[in-house]
Design a protein around this ligand. Structure first.
Ligand SMILES: Nc1nc2c(ncn2[C@@H]2O[C@H](COP(=O)(O)OP(=O)(O)OP(=O)(O)O)[C@@H](O)[C@H]2O)c(=O)[nH]1
Ligand SMILES: [Mg+2]
Length: 413
């Protein structure tokens, strides 16, 4: 703002134009109660509040409010322009700034110096960062549950944690991954992920396909859940193992705990047979039986997971920081501001300059004040506009158009 002090006995009061407020910043925040990126399917543009204008009487404009966008833990944000990782939000309640608001402009009070006590001009604020992000979710859970549809995966999650996933007697009840926290008596806990059921051919896109398997990439171990009432347990187990294999190396070697569910529906000898089968097919995996309906065996499962997780954390404390966890790019915030970029369009004798900052400079220039105009020329020169015009072949006497205002190019530029 360009303004002047007006006092009764002081007709020529000094400058009194306040500064503009800074634009709000935009953050991504990892929160626990979100497990999908679905929100972003419906809304794709976000804007923080702009800073308020400066006012007279040295009133500074208020800063714009920051915008905090909540995402599930495990969200990775890439800058689409560079492909670089901007944030890998692996911990709850962590916030990362993804777009900084523009600096507020300076009113004529701020600009005044000993030499120039009464500037008739002010400086426009800077544009905030505008950027396009790609968000990818790789859920962060210590334990993932895999199995055929209807095996009872969601039931297990609902029994061990406070999560309330949809449970029903038909395949593909679960359509998006679900998370829950298994709380232990000593106050500690671990995170469990229930993903949609896998079927034979998921790798080729059958059923809900393979895409949910990426959520298991960052787990430490898997519960391979099998419905014990199946008429062919061996086939069921192999289907899941084949699908994990064809997903690639990442899941193939992940430790598995074989868990046969729904023991309430079978006789004891069927349970014993299932355990024997698992030991034969997969000697490297531990095996348990349980019932999500009666909760029989669930305590043993929690105990086993607790022990194995503790061991895994001890042996591989850095699993969370290794290659699968992406380091944010150091230059994440560098030079994404398009403040001083501009373009020149030439039509015969008129050179039109288009660019946010150049146009704003013109907008705040008082065209009746030679000082203001001199300041404008100086600013345009330091932005490189003049050099660019000369390179485009401008000569004295030609017209320059910026934001609809015409200037004649001459010596003073
Ligand atoms: N009798 C009995 N039924 C169970 C048990 N566990 C789950 N069920 C039932 O099996 C059906 C499927 O359970 P869900 O937990 O929805 O199975 P899911 O593996 O999550 O299935 P999708 O999400 O479709 O892949 C539901 O009708 C459950 O009530 C169990 O231990 N005993
Ligand atoms: Mg389910």
């Amino acid at each position: 703002m360009v303004a002047w002090r007006r006092e009764k006995y002081e007709p020529l009061g000094g400058p009194a134009g306040g500064n503009g407020g800074k634009g709000g910043d935009i953050y991504l925040k990892a929160v626990f109660d979100k497990s999908t990126l679905l929100d972003f399917r419906y809304r794709t543009e976000y804007e923080a509040e702009p800073g308020a204008r400066g006012g007279p009487k040295n009133c500074h404009g208020k800063g714009g409010k920051d915008l905090i966008i909540e995402v599930p833990i495990g969200t990775i944000a890439y800058d689409t322009a560079t492909g670089n990782v901007i944030a890998d939000l692996t911990r709850g309640d962590v916030m990362v700034m993804v777009a900084q608001g523009g600096k507020g402009g300076r009113g004529n009070t701020s600009i005044a110096t000993q030499q120039k006590r009464a500037p008739h001009y002010c400086e426009p604020g800077l544009q905030g960062v505008v950027r396009t992000l790609k968000l990818e979710l790789k859920l962060l859970a210590d334990v993932g549950i895999v199995g055929l549809p209807n095996a009872g995966k969601s039931t297990l999650l609902s029994v061990l944690t406070a999560a309330k996933p949809k449970i029903a007697d038909y395949p593909f009840t679960t359509l998006t991954p679900q998370l829950g926290v298994v709380k232990l008596s000593d106050g500690a806990g671990f995170v469990m992920a229930d993903i949609p059921g896998l079927i034979e051919g998921a790798a080729q896109g059958l059923g809900l396909g393979h895409k949910f398997l990426r959520h298991l990439e960052r787990t430490r171990m898997l519960i391979h859940l099998v419905d014990i009432t199946s008429d062919d347990l061996e086939r069921d187990i192999k289907i899941i193992d084949n699908e994990l294999d064809s997903y690639g190396t990442k899941l193939k070697t992940r430790p598995q705990i074989m868990v046969f569910n729904k023991t309430d529906l079978v006789e004891e000898d069927a349970t014993a047979a299932a355990i024997a089968l698992s030991k034969k097919l997969k000697p490297e995996s531990e095996v348990l039986t349980m019932s999500g309906a009666t909760k029989q065996g669930t305590k043993q499962l929690i105990d086993l997971l607790t022990v194995k997780l503790a061991k895994s954390r001890e042996e591989e404390p850095d699993l969370d920081n290794e290659d699968e966890f992406l380091e944010p790019d150091e230059d994440a915030y560098a030079e994404t501001r398009s403040t001083s970029t501009f373009e020149i369009f030439r039509s015969k004798n008129v050179f039109t300059v288009e660019g946010d900052r150049a146009e704003r400079l013109v907008a705040v220039t008082n065209m009746r004040d030679p000082d203001s105009i001199a300041h404008l020329y100086k600013s345009l020169r330091s932005m490189g506009v003049i050099d660019a015009l000369v390179q485009e072949g401008i000569e004295p006497g030609r017209t320059i158009n910026i934001a609809g205002v015409e200037f004649i190019f001459g010596e003073e530029w």
